[in-house]
Design a protein around this ligand. Structure first.
Ligand SMILES: Nc1ncnc2c1ncn2[C@@H]1O[C@H](COP(=O)(O)OP(=O)(O)OP(=O)(O)O)[C@@H](O)[C@H]1O
Length: 418
């Protein structure tokens, strides 16, 4: 039996269709995250699940019972909602508001029991609002009020918890604190939460449901839903999506650059390593350049970026020097490149050949690039790398400190060594 199951649900406001053919379920112990652009119907979906809005068609089942057949009290015992709108009409104290979470459990004429008080106190402690118990809800901050409403939902001891961006007003430490509480709580209940922060959604949710144009666009494990392609399609935004180094869950890094097309029909070969090339790999790609890269170690961050972006890259296994075959492959790309970019990377005996080979291309435009402005290679070869770099510079390589300048220089029709 599923705590909550939605089957073919449509919802409209008047003549305006908001949701169409929505189907999904949530298991006990699971957190389902709802994501999607503004106005895609996330709040409306939660409203339909808590019977605040009626559906045009379809079924919503709580433990196999039709939502519409439950009495108000029964519904309130089973489903708690933390809304997006955190305004509270009357001048209640924090304790009063949290105690409201117990009302569905307290009989019509009965008064609160010691157990109700204990649950209420515990909910306030968990949501970190116990110190505000006697304060008016009008005299506390927006984030504190949001935590009060979370405490009220916890006091309700629901089977299903619906959260509408419930942590959006909280500072980062309270966000994490509350979401950790909800995750612990989710062991025994089903949680459905709207998220705007994709990384929080990826971290805390077992599954995600992505809404677009009234319908479910994608659903599944965070890694299956939060792909670059889906994010581009839904939010029109370029991102790098990587496994989080600690959790392995997807981590979304927005790239705040517009695609310019400045590099169309121009080839650039990038020599990088140690993560020094990841930003420029992306930016070159976004600007439309045909990019090649290498030689890299397969454990290198830049290798991961190149593969992720579909950029051809020559790579070697770890603890392996650059082989003749790899160097030959890179030479083919260097021959065809309109320009070469070398990032400010650490150079050791293992990758020295990456820059030594450049001495064979004295006529190719060559840029020594560093994102932070100080073009400084770290020489781990006992001086050999510095010698090669000095030679490259003497032949007219251009030092560039900023990505925009580099892209502009690379996209000029006539680029050449000074
Ligand atoms: N009470 C209402 N009457 C009419 N239209 C409404 C009402 N509430 C919301 N809408 C419309 O329904 C659509 C979906 O709104 P909803 O709030 O569900 O989206 P959302 O995905 O939660 O958005 P956001 O990310 O901005 O919170 C929007 O076009 C909105 O303007």
């Amino acid at each position: 039996m599923k705590p909550i199951e939605i089957i073919g649900v449509d919802v409209s406001y008047g003549a305006k269709k908001i949701l169409e053919e929505i189907s999904f379920h949530v298991d006990k112990g699971e957190i389902l995250g709802i994501i999607g652009p503004n106005g895609s119907g996330k709040t409306t979906l939660l409203r339909a699940m808590s019977r605040v809005v009626a559906r045009d068609r379809g079924e919503i089942l709580l433990d196999s019972h039709d939502l519409d057949t439950l009495g108000h009290r029964e519904l309130a015992r089973r489903v708690a909602v933390v809304p997006q709108d955190i305004s509270i009409g009357f001048d209640y104290t924090v304790r009063d508001v949290v105690m409201m979470g117990r009302h569905p459990h307290i009989g019509r004429l009965a008064s609160e029991t010691a157990r109700d008080v204990e649950i209420c106190e515990r909910a306030m402690r968990l949501a970190n609002v116990a110190h505000l118990a006697g304060a008016s809800v009008h005299d506390i901050s927006g984030g504190e009020r949001q935590r009060v409403l979370i405490a009220r939902a916890l006091a309700q001891e629901p089977e299903i918890l619906l959260l509408d961006e419930a942590t959006s007003n909280l500072d980062v430490s309270h966000q994490v604190e509350i979401l950790n509480i909800i995750r612990d709580l989710a062991g025994g209940i089903a949680v459905v939460s709207v998220f705007h922060d994709l990384n929080l959604a990826a971290y805390y949710c077992d599954r995600l449901l992505l809404l677009k144009d009234r319908k479910v666009y994608a659903t599944g494990a965070p890694a299956d839903v939060l792909t670059c392609e889906n994010i581009r399609e839904i939010f029109g935004m370029e991102t790098l999506v990587r496994p989080h180094p600690l959790t392995g869950r997807p981590y979304v890094l927005p790239v705040y650059t517009k695609t310019t097309g400045a590099g169309v029909n121009r080839r650039v070969h990038l020599v990088c390593g140690g993560g020094t090339g990841s930003d420029i790999l992306y930016l070159l790609r976004a600007a439309g350049f045909t990019v090649t890269c290498g030689v890299l170690n397969v454990l290198d961050t830049d290798y991961g970026t190149a593969v992720h972006l579909g950029i051809p890259v020559v790579a070697e296994p770890p603890f392996h020097g650059i082989t003749t075959a790899s160097l030959a492959a890179v030479r083919e790309w260097l021959d065809r490149a309109d320009a070469i970019v070398v990032t400010a990377m650490p150079i050791g005996p293992g990758n020295l050949d990456n820059i030594r080979v450049l001495l064979d291309y004295p006529e190719k435009p060559l840029f020594l690039y560093s994102g932070n402005g100080s073009v400084r290679m770290e020489d781990c070869t006992g001086g050999e790398a510095d010698k090669v770099l000095a030679e490259i510079e003497a032949r007219g390589a251009v030092r560039v400190g900023g990505a925009e300048v580099l892209i502009t220089l690379l996209s000029q029709q006539q680029i050449g060594r000074e």
